[in-house]
Design a binder for this molecule. Structure first.
Ligand SMILES: NC(=O)C1=CN([C@@H]2O[C@H](COP(=O)(O)OP(=O)(O)OC[C@H]3O[C@@H](n4cnc5c(N)ncnc54)[C@H](OP(=O)(O)O)[C@@H]3O)[C@@H](O)[C@H]2O)C=CC1
Ligand SMILES: CC(C)CCC[C@@H](C)[C@H]1CC=C2C3=C(CC[C@@]21C)[C@@]1(C)CC[C@H](O)C(C)(C)[C@@H]1CC3
Length: 615
């Protein structure tokens, strides 16, 4: 029976998740069931830590000091560097060699906010002696090990060696309260996890919790059904409730199921072909591990386009998709449901360090909905990555194309209408761009943080192909002639949105991949205790989610070609606002958890979330 080493109220040293940094924390409680301590950091962040991630404050100081005496020469050199010296160095001043040397020698020093005692945190600062301020809180020897691994270091450290901390963390209220923490966040390459924040049953529940999960599970498929029934009506409207329902037995169709299965297998085959950029590594996960991905999405869409064109040329009637839309959606729903069951079952058998932080409430329905395993894989086949980027996304373009053919047939046209062409081209551009920059998906919330369960499986395989294509479906039977000025205005809106979307996503992606990229050297950053920095100028200095802003402007351009007669083609825009606002708040909580006070500082500097001056 394990003993409880620390008592509630005790001040101890707690490891910051995903790093080797220890901070003074206060023990709030211990859960005998999960064997985890709930602790509170000085900045108010509450986390649950395993016993091995907590050290007693006294023992920690003693060990830390004795360890510091045996530091390697490289470490001693680095200790004599002051933060000021680091900030002065800039990429323009240093030669490649000197920069590389600096990268090899330097130690990232992050000045944290003073440790303020408060009601929830009535404690004194940890190390307030400026003589030993460089010695505190570094518990293990990862740093020493990694200084011998230049490659890894080069990747992790350049932000600081280029002196881009133009916007420094708040200056301490006097030296006495300062805490300086050293961090070598260098374990990127091959380092194995030393700590993983526990995914426990007390992780806050999202989407309305357990009751919410029941609701969404029933509501989402019903809502898709509702939309698909509406779009076939001459006068689609929310007032048409319930819409005329076809006989239930017609909803399932074996042929439609076969087509969905074949399409998915075809995409899986393309995914595993050794073509394109062979292996791209993800950002380091919480475990420190970096997964490898095959990013040949662009190749997949090109081959798919050729295959579809060949099929049409051979006489395959693609308008089948229009006339059997509901059946195809039901077949995809069945597929996504079975996949979710498989994902749920396997998530119960994987080691805890491969689980996402959410999706572990212990409630079957919630966990099934939210998903628990972070990156479920069958050998090297990454199920989440595949589902998010292939069958549904490329399928969406095929559906749009089929709708263009159906429009020509239905309205006896020689060519698709201008509105249909715009919708097709705009959405094709969106998908092709996503696949061309497929690597970028590896830094998104879905890949980095969310478990893979029903929500994403359904989202990827049903929601995206069958609701994102509603505008094209709508135009088949609801023509909307567009004049030249309207055409030009809509194209201009699309291009503006795309520019903002692409530039901001690329900027963040480039920064995360290589913070020392000379092209980004002019940007201001805020250092965080994890060793990663936050961009605070450039696109990410305008609003906190410039990429969402661009995406929303593009969504506007997708709806405009359908006109204003009905709400249905505007459905995507409305849904997308809700999705992105919710996503923004989820991301804010996640970043607050990860970056603590540095995130608050970012939010104070960049005040608006998505729309400058408004929201
Ligand atoms: N069409 C659709 O249905 C949908 C499209 N999208 C699009 O997908 C794309 C990805 O979206 P999503 O994953 O939600 O979010 P983001 O790509 O915006 O990623 C958020 C993450 O970026 C990092 N970050 C935040 N602020 C900064 C900063 N100032 N400096 C550096 N890094 C920062 C943080 O991660 P860390 O610090 O860990 O790197 C944060 O968790 C977006 O363009 C979005 O519009 C999204 C959802 C649905
Ligand atoms: C069913 C729920 C209510 C909502 C599920 C949400 C999902 C449909 C979306 C979550 C994030 C997504 C992204 C894309 C598609 C929609 C989902 C899966 C994306 C692949 C679209 C193409 C873009 O270029 C992108 C940036 C790669 C997108 C990434 C996020």
């Amino acid at each position: 029976m394990p003993t409880v080493r620390f008592q509630s109220g005790e001040m101890v040293m707690g490891r910051w998740p995903g790093s080797n940094l220890y901070y003074e924390v206060k023990v709030l409680r211990f859960s005998p069931k999960s064997q985890l301590y709930t602790v509170i950091y000085k900045d108010g962040t509450e986390l649950e830590l395993k016993d091995q991630d907590i050290k007693s404050a006294t023992g920690f100081r003693t060990r830390s000091r004795s360890r510091s005496r045996s530091r390697s020469p490289a470490r001693r050199r680095s200790r004599s560097r002051s933060p000021a010296r680091i900030t002065r160095r800039s990429s323009s001043q240093s030669t490649p060699n000197s920069r590389r040397d600096a990268k090899l020698k330097d130690v990232l020093e992050v000045r944290l906010k003073p440790l303020v005692g408060g009601p929830a945190n009535p404690t004194k600062p940890v190390e307030n002696n400026s003589n030993n301020k460089h010695e505190n809180k570094e518990e293990n020897d990862t740093a020493n090990k990694v200084t011998e691994k230049p490659e890894a270091k080069v990747e992790a450290e350049p932000e600081m060696s280029q002196g881009r901390y133009n916007l420094r963390r708040r200056k301490d209220d006097g030296d006495a309260k300062a805490v300086e923490v050293k961090q070598l966040q260098l374990e990127e390459e091959e380092a194995k996890p030393t700590t993983v924040p526990a995914a426990t049953s007390t992780t806050p529940l999202d989407f309305g919790g357990r009751i919410g999960a029941y609701f969404w599970l029933l509501f989402l498929p019903a809502w898709v059904l509702f939309l698909l029934l509406q779009v076939t009506l001459v006068d689609p409207s929310l007032a048409n409730f319930p819409p005329p329902l076809p006989p239930l037995e017609t909803l399932f169709d074996g042929q439609a199921l076969g087509i969905v299965l074949l399409w998915t297998l075809f995409q899986a085959l393309l995914y595993i072909l050794p073509v394109g950029k062979v292996r791209v590594k993800s950002m380091p996960l919480r475990t420190g591990e970096r997964l490898k991905y095959r990013t040949n999405g662009f190749f997949a869409i090109v081959v798919s386009a050729v295959a579809v064109a060949a099929a049409v040329y051979q006489g395959v009637d693609l308008t089948y998709i229009h006339s059997n839309f509901l059946q195809l959606a039901v077949a995809s729903f069945l597929g996504s449901f079975l996949l979710s069951v498989y994902l749920y079952v396997r998530s119960r058998y994987v080691p805890p360090d491969q689980l996402a932080l959410g999706g572990n409430s212990g409630n079957v329905v919630y966990d099934f909905f939210k998903g628990h395993e972070l990156n479920p894989r069958i050998k090297n086949f990454d199920l989440k990555f595949f589902c998010e980027m292939r069958p549904g996304l490329i399928g969406w373009c095929v559906i749009n194309f089929a709708m263009a053919l159906a429009e020509m047939q239905e309205q006896h046209l020689e060519a698709p209408s201008h509105a249909m062409i715009l919708v097709n081209l705009f959405q094709l551009l969106y998908v092709v761009d996503g696949l061309w920059n497929e690597e970028a998906i590896l830094t998104t919330m879905d890949l980095m943080h969310d478990g893979f369960g029903f929500m994403l499986a359904f989202g990827d395989l049903v929601w995206v192909p069958f609701t994102y294509s509603l505008q094209a479906y709508y135009l088949v039977t609801h023509p909307n002639p567009l004049g030249l000025p309207a055409l030009i205005a809509i194209v201009a809106i699309k291009l503006l949105g795309f520019y903002i979307f692409r530039m901001s996503n690329s900027q963040k992606n480039a920064f995360r991949r290589n913070p020392s990229d000379p092209k980004l050297a002019h940007l201001k950053t805020i250092p965080t205790a994890t060793g990663k920095s936050l961009l605070v100028s450039g696109w990410w200095g305008v609003v906190r989610h410039p990429n969402y802003l661009g995406d929303l402007i593009m969504a506007l351009a997708w709806s405009l070609p359908c006109g204003f007669s009905h709400l249905l083609p505007w459905y995507y825009m409305i849904y997308f606002i809700i999705l992105l606002v919710h996503r923004n708040s989820r991301d804010m909580s996640e970043c607050r958890r990860k970056y603590g006070s540095a995130w608050d500082e970012y939010c104070q500097t960049v005040r608006y979330r998505i729309i400058p001056g408004i929201y």
